[in-house]
Every structure is written in structure tokens, then in C-alpha cells.
Design a protein around this ligand. Structure first.
Ligand code: CTP
Length: 404
């Protein structure tokens, strides 16, 4: 079996007893056709000799910044370009902490900081170290940074204690690596545009009409799409979120609905799928003042609004085989209103958020949705994190695409 044929993997080894299990992991990877470059921390050499990894991988192990006798420099930057995936197994509490805080005092953490490729870690440590709030905080930081974490298992630990902390078995890590690579193939070559966040409609240079959309749902969708190999154009209104790290996501920042419409039109031309997750302002001030409006004597100030283009509806008029997905935020008659929107915007699927539910909606980290298809099917989901909701939405799109 050669599922991983030609894949480039950096295998990082840190100083824990579980390093011996990584010899088996390396063997599985090599047998599967992967090319593996082992990077060891200085401490890890106390546990397994570099020659074991070097002979199995048929490549000298990288451990120092320089080869002492020749002065040859080992480039962590080149490794970041070469690799399709970086796996650190075992990952000790110390390495996890250095990764979380960017402490680049050895070749392995330096390589991590230069990594362009996704990173997976298999923590291994004593149960108290694993349970310590510091370690748990560091693990959370790495999770937020997009590092995939293979949870340690429970059982006998090197200290003689019993509990959680032992590194996942090599076969389990190998399985996760295989899953990762098959996932990246799922939407390979598919172009998807996603609109996200609110729009701001300027009244004058210092004031605008906006809404409370955080953009989290659209960003989570873009990130999940990229993990499955799609090329994503993320057209984002003003949000307070870090730009997605994936090189497969091209982010275009816009402010107003008009700008979002213009950019969406361009991206739609080459897209296979369009997901309209933005909370676009339906109206904008008819006149935008170029000077700040001063307080007048009158008790009232009237701002006339004009309709903004409906991006989903306009693009839906000429979609020629493209699959389009919209969102509906409703406070009453959710299904009926969502179905109407699906029809008027010529969508294939619509994701209904009901604001009647305290776990759904704006500025929240969780969401509770119903996905309704053009065929009238509807699927209700429980309350989940926005990332999990993104997975459900993309799974629903893929299922729909398979049968249409
Ligand atoms: N949408 C859009 N362009 C607009 C308005 C909405 O692309 N100018 C998209 C949104 O991204 C979302 C869906 O259309 O996918 C929401 O439909 P919309 O009619 O805006 O819903 P509401 O604003 O909730 O409509 P209403 O206020 O009538 O309930």
C-alpha cells in the first residue's frame, strides 16, 4: 500500500520515552511511500540514536543549525517549503510550551515557526504534566493556531503512574496522517468564493451603518474548505479576526456592500461554489458626506437610504452550474422565510439560523442551524461550535453536489 506516495513529511522527535514508538511510525510512513525528513531536538538523542532514524528514512537527521565540522547550514526555511506536513511525535510539555510561545532555541521549534505546511502533534508526558493548567493552556493556544492535536491515550506511563499522557500508538498517528492527506484531496481544484462579516455603509468620514456580524462563521467555512484542498476567495467585510493562515485562502478586504458586490462578481466568474455568509447591509445612505456632519439646531436628522445590490440574488441570476449557498437569519417562521429566500436568490442550499435560539447567531461561538435544500429537504443540527457547523455545511454541500 502506498497511500502516501511522494508526500513530504517532516517528522519531529523530542525528548521523551515515547521516541522509540516514533521509529515504528517512521517505518510505516516510509513503507507507505512518503519521503521523511527527521528533525530531532538535542534531548531526544538521549532516547533514540539518530542513526536509527537516519537509516530508516535514508536521510541524515537534522538536529543542529550547523554541521559542526563542515559549517554547513541546515535551512529550516527550505524544510518549510519542502514539506506537505509536519508531525511532531512525541511532543513533550517543553516543546509544546516553546511552540505556543515562539521560543525558537532549537532546530525543531525553528522549523515549526517557519512551517508553511500544516502541523500535527502527538503529545506525550506524565499525567500531572498533561493535566497542568499551563500545558492545557498551551495546547489550547496551539489548537487556535491551527495545529492538529492527536490526543494522548490513557494507560501505564513511564513514571509508573497510570493515567492520560501516553503518546497515541504509532498506528493511530499513521491513520491520522493518512486521513489528513485524503481530506486535502476532497476538494482539490475546486474554486469556492465565500463572503463573510458585516458591511459598513458610510454616512460621513467618521460614521457608518453596520451590524453585529463577527465574520466567524464565514471564516470557519473558508478554513474548513482550505483544509479539504479547495482554493478559496474570502471576501470579507470589516472584522476583528486574524487573516486565515492557509495559502489556499486569498482574502479580499472590503468595506461596503457595493465593494463586496464588485469583488464577488469577479470571484464568481471563476468559482464552482459560492457561499454567501456575509451579513450585507440591505441599505446604504443615499448621500455620503465627505465632511463630518455637524450638530444642527434641528431636533431631527434625516438620513435617506437607498437599496444595496443583493449579491446572492444578482449572482444567482446567471449561475450556470455553479452551486450557491445562502444564509437566513430569522426571528420567526424560520423555515418558510428561508425557503422564500432560497427561491428568490436561486440558491441550492440555505442555512437557517434561528435567532429564537440563545445558542445561535451573531457574536456567539456556537451556532444551531437547519440546512434546507432546493428539493425541500431539511436537516436540523444541534448546537455546535462554528468550526463544527462549518464541517456540517461543507458535508451537506458535498452530499448535495453528489446527487445533482
Ligand atoms: N445577501 C447578499 N446581499 C445582500 C443581502 C443579503 O448577498 N445585499 C445574502 C446574505 O449573505 C445571506 C442571504 O443573502 O446569504 C440573506 O438574505 P437576506 O435577504 O439579506 O436576509 P435578511 O437580510 O435577513 O432579509 P430580511 O431582512 O428581509 O429578512
Amino acid at each position: 500500500m502506498e497511500e502516501l506516495k511522494g508526500k513530504h513529511i517532516v517528522l519531529g522527535i523530542t525528548g521523551g520515552i515515547a521516541a522509540y514508538k516514533s521509529v515504528i511510525l517512521l517505518r510505516l510512513l516510509i513503507k507507505s511511500g512518503a519521503e521523511v525528513q527527521v528533525v530531532m531536538t538535542p534531548n531526544s538523542k538521549e532516547f533514540v540514536a539518530p542513526v536509527t532514524f537516519a537509516s530508516l528514512s535514508q536521510k541524515p537527521v537534522v538536529s543542529e543549525f550547523f554541521t559542526a565540522n563542515t559549517g554547513e547550514w541546515h535551512s529550516h526555511v527550505d524544510l518549510g517549503i519542502w514539506a506537505d506536513l509536519m508531525v511532531i511525535a512525541p511532543a513533550t510539555a517543553s516543546t509544546i510550551s516553546k511552540m505556543a510561545h515562539g521560543m525558537a532555541d532549537n532546530m525543531l521549534v525553528t522549523t515549526y515557526l517557519s512551517a508553511k505546511e500544516p502541523v500535527m502533534i502527538a503529545p506525550a508526558m506524565d499525567l500531572d504534566m498533561w493535566n497542568h493548567p499551563t500545558t492545557q493552556r498551551n495546547i489550547r493556544i496551539l489548537g487556535e493556531d491551527g495545529v492538529m492535536i492527536i490526543s494522548p491515550g490513557s494507560g501505564s506511563l513511564a513514571s509508573g503512574l497510570q493515567g492520560k499522557g501516553r503518546m497515541a500508538e504509532p498506528e493511530e498517528i499513521f491513520l491520522q496522517i493518512e486521513k489528513f492527506f485524503s481530506k486535502t484531496e476532497e476538494l482539490k481544484g475546486t474554486k469556492v468564493m465565500v463572503t463573510a462579516g458585516p458591511t459598513y455603509e458610510n454616512i460621513d468620514p467618521v460614521r457608518f451603518i453596520g451590524n453585529y456580524s463577527s465574520g466567524k462563521m464565514g471564516y470557519a467555512i473558508a478554513e474548513e474548505l482550505a483544509e479539504r484542498g479547495a482554493e478559496v476567495t474570502l471576501i470579507s467585510g470589516p472584522v476583528n479576526l486574524p487573516a486565515p493562515a492557509s495559502p489556499l485562502i486569498r482574502k479580499i478586504s472590503v468595506t461596503s456592500a457595493r465593494e463586496m458586490f464588485d469583488e464577488s462578481q469577479k470571484a464568481f466568474n471563476t468559482a464552482d461554489i459560492a457561499i454567501f455568509a456575509a451579513a450585507v447591509a440591505d441599505y446604504a445612505p443615499e448621500v455620503q458626506f465627505d465632511k463630518k456632519i455637524k450638530r444642527e439646531k434641528e431636533e431631527e436628522l434625516l438620513i435617506r437610504l437607498k437599496r444595496n445590490p443583493d449579491i446572492a440574488a444578482q449572482l444567482g441570476k446567471n449561475k450556470e452550474g455553479r452551486l450557491t449557498v445562502g444564509f437566513a437569519l430569522e426571528t420567526e417562521k424560520g423555515i418558510d422565510n428561508a425557503l422564500k429566500k432560497l427561491q428568490t436568490k436561486n440558491l441550492d442550499l440555505i442555512v437557517l439560523n434561528s435567532l429564537e435560539d440563545p445558542e445561535a447567531g451573531f457574536m456567539k461561538d456556537t451556532n444551531k442551524i437547519t440546512i434546507i435544500s432546493k428539493d425541500g429537504e431539511n436537516l436540523k443540527y444541534g448546537a455546535k461550535s462554528k468550526r463544527e457547523v462549518a464541517i456540517d455545511i461543507i458535508d451537506a454541500i458535498l452530499r448535495y453536489r453528489k446527487y445533482h
